[in-house]
Design a protein around this ligand. Sequence first.
Ligand code: GLU
Length: 276
Amino acid sequence: MTFTTRFAPSPTGYLHRGNAFSALTAFRAAHAAGGRFILRIEDIDATRCRPQYEAAIYEDLAWLGLTWETPVRRQSEHLADYHLALARLRERGLAYRCFRTRREILEAIGQAPHGLPPPFRGAPLAPGEEQTRLAAGEAFAWRLHLDAARAELGPAWDRLSFVEEGEEAQRADPLPAGDIVLARKDIGVAYHLAVVVDDALQGITHVIRGEDLREATPIQRLLQTLLDLPAPTYRHHRLLAGPDGRRLAKRDKAETLRELRARGVSAEALRLELTV
Ligand code: GLU
């Protein structure tokens, strides 16, 4: 199988050095392996994605010296693929409609005295109540029913695992993720399902992405297993920190590649700086 990896940005802002590092890490790995590098635009959330950010992704990556296969897959153009995957889970009773509002979810999980709130776990509504709510036109999300998934997998549940490149296989425990949303109320699809469907459709053998997404891996391995999709090898790379020591993030207004470029930083200098 040809080594195939991807960089999968969401066009919700301009790329910063951290994103450039991710893209370069994947691109270099593909190059070193004589493999394929794929760029995928994760634009399912139309409320946050903007065409100018997508255009800037192509421009910034080309400036950085990257090349990628075309046509580029834009998730917003492939919703039917995600709906099909959802249907496969639904027909086996592995997904349920969740009518709760964000606030009701927060109330249901409660706030742990220390640290993060526990993951949300729910169950399908009684058919009568579900019918009433559907008839009333109430919006709902589809959630993965972990209890049903566990029952379906039986002993295979405890064997769920993933391979971080160069390491022994490690256990993938999906429980900390909770009953994740498979399809959001507003857009009818959600991140984890779209990613696993696309990684499989695009023949991704190596998922290379930032350490911040390591926690997404166990639940994605579960979805791959339930949907009978191949298991990629993973490489979660370090995250770049800003001057304040915190990791670079779009929402914190990290300096963008266009700003770097405008103040005269060359692509070559940046590529040198962003070595593993
Ligand atoms: N679209 C995701 C992001 O921008 C990356 C998804 C992935 O690499 O699995 O954070």
